[in-house]
Design a protein around this ligand. Sequence first.
Ligand code: PGA
Length: 261
Amino acid sequence: MRTPLIAANWKMNKTIGEALSFAGTFLDILYSQGGESFPVEIVICPPFTAVPALCATFAGKNVAVGGQNLYWEEKGAFTGEISPVMLRDAGCKYVIVGHSERRRLFAENDEMVAKKVRSALDHGLRPIVCVGETLEERDEGRTFEVCEGQVRKDLSLVKAQEIPSIVIAYEPVWAIGTGKEARPDDAGEVIVHIRETVNQVFGPGTSQNLRVLYGGSVKSSNIRQFMLKEEIDGALVGGASLDPEEFFKIALESKKAKAKN
Ligand code: PGA
């Protein structure tokens, strides 16, 4: 059984004070609903400035913290970058890698993503690797091909035994921040294809231990349809993760949906 995972990607939002205010409210709600025994893993990826404060607040609690990006070197003359050693030092357990905004706005390519995934694993961070097609690629009928290509390249430096430490987030680019989520059946089909690709590359059955999330305009009112799918293990949530009540509802709906499965 794979543990469901709901991850918040705050992007470039929230000051330290705003992050702490979110954390206080979120912990209150979470601990009024089971706290330690809450059966969904929760990860929050704030801007780097808020990482230490959130790690301190969530220490010993059932909420992990992740970075939104990393560079693959440990240290050196890489102005503006952050290393896996620094993320670990600050208390991060996860790191988002290859988000479509990084690919589109900051020219990240699959070779860079592969190095980042390798570096994260080498330093004990769990990478949340984002893949997904653009609207143009979908219209051309290339969704499977694009996602398969990204998975093959992005995981090219990974060993089969490391698959359980990796999370893949399938995020169709056209669904991110647009309010237009994918149809759950469509997302499910792509995720099945991603799992088949992983089995082909790493060996039969490997993907049974791989968590694959859906991302793109997830909110508390639509998460259930995704989580009812056996092949979908959770969600990477952008806009709807900024509000503690709404983000908790997403986790709660996920718990209920998986309990039905
Ligand atoms: P969204 O973002 O939930 O605001 O669509 C998702 C993401 O970018 O990870």
